[in-house]
Design a protein around this ligand. Structure first.
Ligand SMILES: [Fe+2]
Length: 258
């Protein structure tokens, strides 16, 4: 093979730097992701108002703690009706749908067109407010009987300085993933500092936990709201209806033969 001269190399380099765009595609069907977003001000204000009423009236509210892992005294259910009445339900359903569509495209990259052309519906299963105080915590857990989960932060006190300066874990949420064994290019977990107004959407089966915290603030409440949701698509529903119709026809035939 002839060796390229310096002049030829420079010419190729120049051509590559020109108009030609090199396509790059990231293919990653074996992992799930956490989607970070922000609550719009109008949604944030409504959620604060809704949860203020619930947290201030704790004795008369429906505790949701028996369904949850948290070592936390006040975990209170938020009725769907309140969300609808305050006009915030649709925002959460839309954000969940956005997560689902993006996650499915990542999972099936060569089916993107069909996924985008389908009609996706998301439904809220349950929503609850967690009024976490100093020294309370949420052990590692997943969410069951749903497909997508979310957490948003409405109040975060200033956490006291951690005892070890190289670890700032106090009050953080940690998402853990066991998808990858590659320790050059992947880490199995991430600890995220809660910030007022942040919204995280994640797959229900992604393990997560929340560390306890200490604070010198007068109001030591770390208030988050979580919800669980499910999704379906028009084509999935049509397919299921077709399957059911076939099964019924089969049953009819059998009963006729007998
Ligand atoms: Fe959770």
């Amino acid at each position: 093979m002839k060796k390229q001269t310096k002049q030829q190399e420079n010419k190729i380099q120049k051509q590559n730097e020109g108009d030609e765009r090199i396509p790059v595609e990231i293919i990653q069907p074996w992992s799930t992701f956490v989607m970070k977003s922000k609550l719009p001000k109008v949604v944030f204000d409504k959620m604060l108002e809704i949860t203020n009423k619930i947290v201030d009236n704790v004795e008369n509210e429906k505790s949701w703690g028996h369904n949850l892992a948290g070592q936390i005294e006040h975990e209170l259910y938020i009725e769907h009706e309140i969300l609808q009445k305050n006009g915030v339900m649709q925002f959460f359903l839309d954000m969940t749908r956005h997560y689902v569509v993006n996650q499915l495209i990542q999972m099936m990259p060569y089916n993107q067109e069909n996924i985008l052309n389908d009609e996706w519906t998301t439904n809220m299963m349950s929503m609850w407010v967690v009024s976490q105080k100093e020294h309370e915590y949420n052990p590692m857990h997943i969410h069951t009987q749903c497909q997508v989960s979310a957490v948003m932060y409405l109040k975060v006190p200033k956490f006291s300085k951690s005892r070890k300066s190289h670890r700032e874990d106090d009050g953080r949420i940690v998402f853990s993933n066991n998808c990858s064994l590659d320790d050059y290019f992947a880490v199995p977990q991430i600890a995220l500092e809660p910030k007022v107004g942040d919204l995280y959407i994640f797959p229900a089966k992604m393990a997560h936990h929340v560390y306890p915290f200490r604070s010198d603030d007068e109001d030591k409440e770390r208030r988050s709201v979580s919800f669980n949701a499910v999704y379906s698509s028009k084509s999935q529903m049509e397919h299921m209806a077709e399957m059911e119709k076939k099964a019924q026809e089969e049953m009819k035939k059998r009963s006729f033969v007998q």
